[in-house]
Design a protein around this ligand. Structure first.
Ligand code: E4P
Length: 220
């Protein structure tokens, strides 16, 4: 499974660049980072820092405007994937963009039928928001499992991005469910590295090593 980092924060992207395969942003994430630099500067820097795909979202709601915006975003760098909302106009734009060989990420997907429609429109990625579904009492991961089965049944090329991840269990469940990608917020990626037994084990190895070193120095 590929890991994308779900952030527009350049420091976090640089910190995890050795482990991630791409980045996803959205207007809320970008708004948090735009105090320090202009939008175009920031987008360019993110695309230059990341080797893999970088999802940048359109703001327009109507098909023709989305396409215009998508082409502007695509001109920023070769690794741009245009994020389009899961709406009738969004899927019309997705279809046209896929015919123009522009990669798309259909976002705000909350049901397997929405994912199926996005795949039929030619989406490169379908982003299923598991955390927001869990928040309202549904199982987000069930939608990922169903969508994985549907895409496999009909040999769709679209890849599932498990999005709106809130904790390391979501990442594990995404991997077990056949999601192609998990887009992980930096705080969750940090938690995935940690285990008390790793820290305790490392401490013990170092203590044992130092005690032998100290004893052998005393023997001399
Ligand atoms: C996905 O591409 C979105 O940026 C993101 O996962 C949304 O997550 P949220 O529900 O934490 O805002």
């Amino acid at each position: 499974m590929k890991f994308f980092l779900d952030t527009a924060n350049l420091n976090e992207i640089e910190k995890y660049s050795h482990i991630i395969d791409g980045v996803t942003t959205n207007p809320s994430l970008l708004a948090k980072e735009m105090k320090s630099s202009s939008q175009n500067d920031l987008l360019k820097k993110i695309c230059d820092t990341v080797k893999g795909p970088v999802s940048l979202e359109v703001i327009s709601q109507n098909c023709d405007e989305m396409i215009k915006e998508a082409l502007e975003l695509s001109s920023i760098a070769d690794n741009v994937v245009v994020k389009v909302p899961m709406t009738p106009d969004g899927l019309k734009a997705t279809k046209k963009l896929s015919e123009m060989c522009v990669k798309t990420n259909v976002t705000l997907i909350f049901s397997s039928n929405q994912a199926l429609l996005a795949a039929k429109a030619g989406a490169t990625y379908v982003s299923i928001f598991v955390g927001r579904l869990d928040d309202i009492g549904y199982s987000g991961i069930n939608i990922v499992k169903e969508t994985a089965k549907i895409l496999e049944n009909y040999n769709f090329d679209s890849e599932i991005i498990t999005a709106s991840i809130r904790n390391p269990m979501h990442v594990l469940d995404a991997a077990l469910s056949g999601s192609h990608v998990a887009t992980v917020p930096p705080n969750v990626l940090t938690l995935m590295f940690n285990h008390n037994l790793t820290d305790a084990g490392l401490q013990k190895f170092m203590d044992d090593w130092r005690s032998v070193k100290n004893n052998s120095n005393n023997d001399l």
